[in-house]
Write a protein that binds this ligand. Structure first.
Ligand code: ADP
Ligand code: ASP
Ligand code: MG
Length: 308
């Protein structure tokens, strides 16, 4: 039977009822005979709470590096709690299950505390454990840095943990359970007309994520594309015995119907500035952009128009 990785985000493990609902999905895959590794986020709101506590405790701020290392020690704890709770719930249902922290796997990162990148995962022990029938409940978002300290992968990083673990154990697929039933043409919480997409290419999903569609962390899509891990986005709010089809994120070649435009992703962190009556003379535009560059202001898009 196949190895599969399932990931549950914050709203999907927001309280014990939601954790029990997640367990029903895990149970379904285990009963089908699969070797199952699960990646969990912290309970909804918990990481924000921990980040807030760090900010309060850090006044006046100590040296930046030290602050980042202890920030990681604090914020990684949210995932430690949910991994243990889901393991307990699975055990109570009669399954063999245990929690795995990032350092226990080990999921090794670089030294960039607070926004670390994954350097290497030793997936053998985890693979053997799940093949023996034990369900592995892994704390997402965290790993161990070369300084021997806990590191976190940046906000939304549990998606990246899940895809990286799927690649490391050679999983057949990585199922991301969240609070929407797939990837939509635009954020379904903002626009009622948004439609669910059945299949989307890694490239398109990467573009969406990189401009801010937070349904998947950008780095997770990069890894899925590099290691060719098929990723499905599904809702943990569907009935576990009749889940919806979700969205498959896969190779472009596997998509028959191609659209010119697949999705629209809004960005609320942009300002639009119009400069009127710029004389059409050499050096004028350069003068404007030099001044902006000197002030470290990034420009995403330039629209030049002759009309007033
Ligand atoms: P999780 O806690 O499960 O990781 P997130 O809140 O990080 O979930 O991501 C899911 C959210 O992504 C949805 O609730 C939705 O508002 C948002 N989102 C943004 N763009 C899209 C999109 N195109 N399709 C689906 N969801 C989107
Ligand atoms: N708990 C972390 C966050 O809120 C990681 C994640 O949920 O993916 O950013
Ligand atoms: Mg997320």
């Amino acid at each position: 039977m196949a190895r599969i990785v399932m990931k549950f985000g914050g709203t999907s493990v927001a309280n014990l009822d939601r954790i029990r609902a997640a367990a029903a999905f895990v149970r379904r895959e285990a009963d089908a005979g699969h070797s199952v590794a699960v990646v969990v986020s912290a309970m909804a709101g918990e990481t924000n709470r921990l980040v807030g506590l760090c900010a309060e405790a850090g006044e006046p701020a100590p040296a930046l590096d030290a602050r980042d290392v202890e920030y990681d020690a604090v914020v990684a704890s949210g995932e430690q709690v949910t991994s243990g709770l889901l393991a307990l719930v699975m055990q109570n249902l009669g399954y063999r299950a245990r929690s795995w922290q990032g350092w226990q796997i080990p999921l090794k990162t670089d030294l960039a505390h607070g926004k670390a990148r994954i350097a290497e995962i030793e997936g053998e022990a985890l693979g053997e454990a799940i093949d023996s029938g034990e369900i592995a409940i892994c704390a997402g978002f965290q790993g161990i840095a070369p300084d021997g300290r806990i590191a976190t992968l940046g906000r939304g990083g549990s998606d990246t943990s899940a895809v990286a673990l799927a690649a490391a154990v050679g999983a057949e697929r990585c199922d991301i359970y969240t609070d929407v039933d797939g990837v939509y043409t635009t954020d379904p919480r903002l626009t009622k007309q948004a439609r669910r997409i059945n299949k989307i290419s890694f490239e398109e999903m990467l573009e969406m994520a990189s401009v801010g569609a937070k349904v998947l962390q950008t780095r997770s899509v990069e890894l899925a594309m590099r290691y060719k891990v098929p990723v499905r986005v599904l809702s943990s709010f569907d009935p576990p015995d009749a889940p919806g089809p979700g969205t498959l994120i896969c190779d472009e070649d596997d998509i028959v119907e191609e659209n010119v435009v697949t999705t629209v992703t809004p960005d609320f962190n942009e300002a639009s500035v119009t400069i009127l009556a710029v004389p059409d003379e050499p050096g004028r535009a350069a003068g404007i952009f030099d001044a902006l560059a000197a002030a470290n202001i990034n420009i995403d898009m330039i629209v030049q128009s002759a009309s007033r």
